[in-house]
Ligand binder design. Sequence first.
Ligand code: BGC
Length: 777
Amino acid sequence: MLAKLSVPQKAALCLGSDFWHTAPVSELGIEAVMVSDGPHGLRKQTERAADAGLRASESATCFPTASALGCSWDTDLAREVGAALGVEARAQNIAAVLGPGINIKRHPLCGRNFEYFSEDPFLSGRLAAAMVDGLQSQQVGGCVKHFAANNQETDRMRVSADVDERTLREIYFPAFEHVVTAAKPWLVMCSYNKVNGEYASQHRWLLTDVLREEWGFDGLVVSDWGAVHDRVAALRAGLDLEMPPKLGVSDRAIVAAVEAGQLDEAVLDRAAGRVLRLVLRSRRRQPAEMDAVAHHALARRAAAQSLVLLKNDGALPLTGMAGRTIAVIGEFARTPRFQGAGSSQVSPTRVDVPLDALAAALPGATLRFAPGYRIDSPGPATDSGLPSGSGPATDGGAGGDLAAEAVRAATGTDVVLLFLGLPPAEESEGYDRARIDLPDAQTSLLTRLAGAAPGTPIVAVLCNGGAVRTSTWDHAASAVLECWLAGQAAGSAIADVLTGAVNPSGRLAETIPLWLANCPAYLNFPGEEGHVRYGEGVFAGYRGYDALELPVAYPFGHGLSYSSFSYRDLRIRQTGSADAGDLAVTVRCTIGNTAGPAGAEVVQVYVSDPAAAVARPPRELKAFAKVSLEPGAEQEVTFTLTARDLSYWSAVHRRWVLEGGEFGIYVGASSRDIRLSAAITVAATPPALPLSGTSTLTEWLTDPDGGQVLRDALGTRADGRPGGILGSEDLLAIIGNMPLATLAAFPGLGVTEELIDNLVAAVIERRLEATQGAPQR
Ligand code: BGC
């Protein structure tokens, strides 16, 4: 097809034709295809015209946002949600869905954290790959975004994320890498921001060297909406499709660059070819009917699997409530907040209201409702007529009378269900949050309720996209259920979990800190003067809290169940070898449901390298499984770790390095609730250090080849001690960290430029001999 296209036609293909469509080539029968947001529900805009508005969209199922689904730790569920999203896309004639978003939650105040799965790349990658898999099982493309290092909204269109390569490789890339290699998404969306000074949209190393050449990505790279600055530079770097199109500008620039010999036509062919491939792929898509009732039921099941029971002193589940009185306090119980604002905002097919769902789930109980506070902001507008997750108009939130009314409603009841959450205007795409706390009107209401009815259990039910501080008030609550933004069926799912119809099994995908200043990224967020420095390096999220030995409110991986689970019989077996490239560490243990109803435990495997050449996190998640168990049942679970799971990215060697030696393997119910552990010893030959005059004396000596040639060159003294500078331990301690070239500047030490040249040559020869066998002399 490409051969039949002119340069202007190919250039046109590298731009959309409007806000959501690719360009058609009618002469050749190439149709335009439509892409659409979003990550947790379709946002097909009703008007075809270029419209940057976030308003009208076709109604679609609003599944739990990633903030919630990430806490399910359930890849099968993520796949199911992805497939359902695919069916809705088929019903709406959508070629690809612009999601999931898989940026790492680097800091709790990122306004878009509700759209991202986790602070951990392993968990994010596994869930996202499953979701893309589900989506693409329907012949609808997935589009992981935003590549890369888009971890804040502040200045997101320009800021340079200044991140060292090891941190990119270990924290900010692996989720993308896993999705690309395991699920083969049709599209990857580049981010708006710069990465180390270069716009992601024109970052060749990101979009071509790493994404395509290393990871083998064979799909289409699309810009984030408006992320292209220099269309030709972006094309050269590997950005195939510009959205929305700068019609008449970008296409002309491409044609002019080809004509002037500044852009190789082969580069244009590649990009246009990838757009054509998207069109061809999407021709396989069959129309579908969407079953709104079934999808709502899935949204409810998914939400229920994702809610995290943070604390429970026995107040939950609510059983035997017939004849009892329950106070349901909080505007959010009546006006639910279940999704966030911005490009992911869905017009839901229906919305379950917690208050109604509770009334239905607790027959025979008397429910007394009081709003307790006003939700401070009206939130973004929607045309759908259904709640967008925003609250009603407000009085500014002082809420004095409302609190008094709530206390009256709660007095004399058997239990208080207090709905708390973030007002929609406090978090959204486009800006970061100003604070981590819940509104004062809400926390002070909790204090008043606790004081007015001591002895009446208060169950706090939280709805928020980003983490909120709990440590200032959760002592006054008997139980805390974190619901995140769990989609249109959240109301019913909350009732399911509170009443025990569903045994909670969500686990935190991010740490809830005691206070914000403990966050590892705290001093480097959101940056200044155009730069945000990822100064915490690989110590993002729990990796940092653990390394700093900081207490947290609720650790990564935490979540309670109505059942208790036992862990026993850890067995670890190694097969293959790191050097041969087939190392497999099999970790087995047996999990039991020892008390309580049927339920699911999330078994988490962390690893550590206690003595490493680089600073490594004390624990890193490398495997997990969600295991469903009937009461009294036991099940063996098996995980397989590879060399990569034990390795770090070496900036010196520019590759993954597994350092032979001891590793810790921890199996637990959270990053801080380790139930079984063992040390294993893994053999691996260290990679050869490139040795030169700038390598230190110690580096020369600790390298097997370097040490040998140096000792050979300096000889042995009559008394048997090594010769020259190697003869004195005291001297070695002082000059050990001096580069050889610097030592050569000191007369009398016996190190000369000539000696260094000879040493370097000798090391190269030894290494060649080792890899190729001894050369013929
Ligand atoms: C967002 C993307 C989204 C796109 C299209 C951008 O502003 O960052 O996530 O897919 O708009 O709505």
